[in-house]
Design a protein around this ligand. Structure first.
Ligand SMILES: [Zn+2]
Length: 80
């Protein structure tokens, strides 16, 4: 089963991704999320039940047991 990307001529492939999910101005990351990903531009699409579950997970974020940290750069930072 294949779908065309809405944004380019790529094809949406099903896979499991590390999803970046924005919920009430907070970003959470969720591992192993079944998603459709464009093989060209990387656009991600979740089926409706998957999206619902991401929302549910975000609403229960106090039950999340692991966290990751990542560097936060400033665009104008000094590089010398
Ligand atoms: Zn695309």
């Amino acid at each position: 089963m294949e779908d065309k990307c809405e944004f380019c001529i790529g094809v949406m492939k099903q896979g499991r991704i590390l999803a970046r999910f924005r919920f009430r101005n907070e970003i959470i990351y969720i591992e192993n999320v079944p998603a459709w990903v464009c093989n060209r531009c990387g656009e991600q699409y979740f089926d409706a039940p998957i999206y619902k579950r991401l929302e549910l997970i975000a609403q229960h974020r106090e039950m999340i047991q692991r966290s990751i940290s990542f560097p936060l750069a400033e665009f104008d930072m000094a590089l010398a």
